[in-house]
Every structure is written in C-alpha cells, then in structure tokens.
Design a binder for this molecule. Structure first.
Ligand code: GAR
Length: 208
C-alpha cells in the first residue's frame, strides 16, 4: 500500500480527484495518510476532513523565518514517513532538505505543458492568464517528479488541452483541470503505487 501525503494551498479539486479515484478503485494500493496545507482556510482541508483524513496547517507565516518553516515542514513529512508526497496545488517552494530526503518520491501537478508557462511566478490562475496573453492555441497540464528546481524535475505525463478564442482565465483553468489535471494526477499515483514507473538517468520510464 502506497502511503501518500497530499500538500495543498487552495480549493483542493486535485485532492478531490485523487480521493474520488481511490474510492472508485481507479487508484489502487494507495492510502492518503495526511493532508498538509500552508493555508488554514484552504477548502482542501475541509475535503480531507469530509473524508476522515487528518489535515494540518503549516504556514510560513507562523515561523520566525523561512528556514524555520522549511525545517518544520520537512520534520512533519519525516514523522509521517510517506512513500510519496503529492503536491496538488501547493503554492510553496518545497524545502531543499525535503527534496533531498524524498528524492524522486515527490510529485507535482502543474497547469501547463512544461517547459512552457512554468517556473517562478507561474502558478494557479496566473498560468492561464499568461497563456491567453501569449495567444498560444494549445496548453495542458504536466505531472512531474520534484527536484530542487522550480517545475524542472523528470516529467511523468502530460496532456494537451485546446485554447478557445473566447476563453477567460477561469474558463481555461476549468477546462485544463477537467480534461487534464484530474485525469493525469490520479493516473500517475496509480502507476507509482503499482510499480509501473521508474526514473532512469533523470527520465521517467513507464513499464507495461
Ligand atoms: C491547479 O490548477 C494546480 O495545477 C495548480 O494550482 C491549482 C490548484 O487547484 N498548481 C500550480 O500552479 C503549481 N505550480 P486545486 O486546489 O483546485 O487542486
């Protein structure tokens, strides 16, 4: 059984997709052991509670400096000993010490086709605003392992989504979630839980 901790900042629709996938038997051999948020008011914490999953808030605001937050966040992960950490709309940079401890055991969902529209400043709705500003015709989502860079780790899966002429950022965000994110993230977790993914020379290899 793959024990996962899901880290969230906002509404938690990706968390919900994972929980629904587990309930529906689409994601197998997987148990969510805790949800961590940097935001006590995150709707995702309510979703966790509704599912009987422990949820806690660890916010940088509660600590004297970033290093103290980084240590507390990493300590909590180490205490939980998950097999996988899932960043499902977690808008905080993962501490280096956590990446070092959980190498290739942290995955992130990002709402664009990496390496487009990613990195510092590209998160949540901002990604879709920049996609529309640039006028690209195809966008999508990416699930990838997390390394010390920002959205730079080995790519597990991507799915393209069309941009339409009258899209607003909100409409496009919803389409990317429905057609890509909510499918890719549960599938990646199921693949990892069932040993269908390996990282070789910094690239993800899928076993059949
Ligand atoms: C999702 O679109 C996710 O891909 C994005 O935040 C949103 C969270 O929504 N993550 C990033 O931008 C990470 N760089 P949710 O709370 O409803 O899942």
């Amino acid at each position: 059984m793959l024990k996962i901790v899901v880290c969230v900042s906002g509404g938690g629709t990706n968390l919900q997709a994972v929980l629904d996938g587990i309930d529906a038997g689409i994601v197998t051999n997987t148990e969510v052991i805790e949800v961590i948020s940097n935001n006590a008011k995150a709707g995702a914490l309510k979703r966790a509670e509704a599912h009987g999953i422990p949820g806690i808030c660890i916010s940088p605001k509660e600590f004297a400096d970033r290093e103290a937050f980084n240590q507390a966040f990493t300590d909590e992960l180490c205490r939980l000993k998950p097999d996988l950490v899932v960043l499902a709309g977690f808008l905080v940079k993962i501490p280096e010490q956590a990446v070092a401890h959980f190498g290739n055991r942290i995955v992130n969902i990002h709402p664009s086709l990496i390496p487009s529209f990613c990195g510092v400043g590209y998160y949540g709705l901002k990604v879709h605003e920049k996609v529309l500003e640039r006028g690209v015709k195809v966008t999508g989502a990416t699930v990838h392992f997390v390394n010390d860079g920002m959205d730079e780790g080995p790519i597990i899966a991507q799915k393209a989504v069309p941009v339409q002429e009258d899209d607003t950022p909100e409409i496009l965000q919803r389409r990317v979630m429905e057609q890509a994110e909510w499918i890719l993230l549960p599938k990646a977790i199921d693949d990892i839980a069932n040993g269908r993914i390996a990282v070789v020379d910094g690239k993800v290899i899928k076993k059949q």
